[in-house]
Write a protein that binds this ligand. Structure first.
Ligand code: DAH
Length: 357
């Protein structure tokens, strides 16, 4: 009733099964191969088929159980399929790598006909423009640029400028003291004495000294940090008329050829005589307007003949040389020149403000 399979039938079936499995693997892998679109996926399939534990590799082991006469046939079949598959994998690998290359080339293409992204240009800060312009004007007149420390000794900031400790004129400047003897310089004037001491006995001493200064002051026209340019000319026979000539030249180049200046008597401890220097109003030309408060004149700097005591401290003999000095606020000059109404705009660094200069 139950046909008992003969032994050789079992082996025969084993071979038939083997043939089927080999073809099955071949078809399956070839089909699967089509779907693999990345080198990684492809490699994975290859390992799964022909790697150490791959499905095709497994058949070599199973082959050992076949009858001798089928072993050869099965071995041949597996080898053929293996060859076919290896070739198929190699072809596909090539196709894929071509594809990837094409894709990469496409992605990385530079279209040089596209309009470029606009580069946003920066602007030079109005203070930088001022410094450059001021320096250019004075360099052309033969001055050189000198510098001094922003953190200054009481000695250079005050005493060497004829301002002893209890001098009431110290109240003209609200100072930031760091200690009894150290102060954030309230003016660029200390560079006068420092430079004279460095250069003495050479003549002439002909310098401007631009830089930061500090005062306890803060409103629409005053900032606790601002900038000054100091000027100093020491030589034999320097006169007040030289000062006037140099300043007139400066003012005309800075504010226009029609400008006039006037010197009003004033007081500074380090000059004698001292003057406040006004420029004829750049808006109304002297008739009187809102800017000059109806006077026709605008104060722009302090100046005078260097005090004999200051020359002495600088190392020079006041009986042999004389000198003039001046000091101007750079923000003030910039505000007048560009019509800036609030000093704080200068430090805000808002691009909309900066791009106007
Ligand atoms: N240092 C003075 C100040 O800050 C300005 C000044 C006035 C400078 C007269 C000078 C000068 O060189 O001669 O107010």
């Amino acid at each position: 009733m139950f046909p008992v399979p003969m032994f050789h039938d079992l082996i025969g079936k084993g071979m038939r099964g083997m043939r089927d499995r080999i073809r099955e693997i071949e078809l399956h892998v070839l089909e699967e191969l089509e779907k693999r679109l990345s080198p990684e996926d492809l490699q994975e399939l290859k390992v799964r088929t022909m790697g150490k534990k791959g499905t095709l590799t497994a058949l070599y082991k199973e082959m050992r159980d076949l009858r001798a006469e089928f072993k050869r046939e099965a071995g041949q079949m597996i080898n053929d399929v293996r060859e076919t598959l290896e070739k198929a994998f190699a072809d596909k690998e090539e196709v894929l790598s071509d594809l990837m290359l094409k894709k990469r080339l496409q992605e990385e293409t530079l279209d040089i006909s596209l309009p470029g992204l606009p580069v946003r240009r920066g602007y030079r800060h109005p203070l930088t423009l001022m410094f450059d312009e001021i320096e250019e004007i004075f360099l052309a007149m033969g001055f050189s640029v000198a510098e001094g420390p922003e953190i200054e000794t009481d000695h250079y900031n005050f005493e060497a400028l004829n301002l002893p400790k209890d001098h009431p004129a110290r109240d003209m400047q609200d100072s930031f003291f760091i200690s009894e003897e150290i102060v954030l310089r309230t003016q660029t004037s200390p560079v006068q004495v420092r430079t004279m001491q460095q250069m003495c006995p050479a003549l002439p001493v002909k310098i401007i000294a631009p830089g930061k200064v500090f005062r306890y002051d803060d409103d629409a026209t005053h900032s606790p940090m601002f900038h000054q340019v100091e000027g100093l000319l020491v030589d034999k026979g320097v006169r007040m008329s030289d000062l006037k000539g140099v300043l007139l030249l400066f003012v005309r180049q800075m504010f226009g050829e029609d400008r006039e200046i006037r010197l009003r008597p004033s007081f500074f401890p380090f000059t004698e005589p001292s003057a406040e220097v006004d420029v004829s109003c750049m808006i109304c030309g002297g008739k009187g307007c809102r800017l000059c408060k109806g006077t026709g004149w605008i104060e722009i700097l302090g100046a005078g003949m260097v005090h004999p005591r200051v020359l002495e401290i600088g190392g020079y003999d006041p009986k042999e040389v004389t000198g003039f000095a001046f000091g101007m606020g750079v923000e003030r000059v910039a505000m007048l020149k560009y019509g800036i109404e609030d000093i704080r705009l200068i430090y805000d660094n808002d691009v909309r403000f900066l791009q106007q200069f």
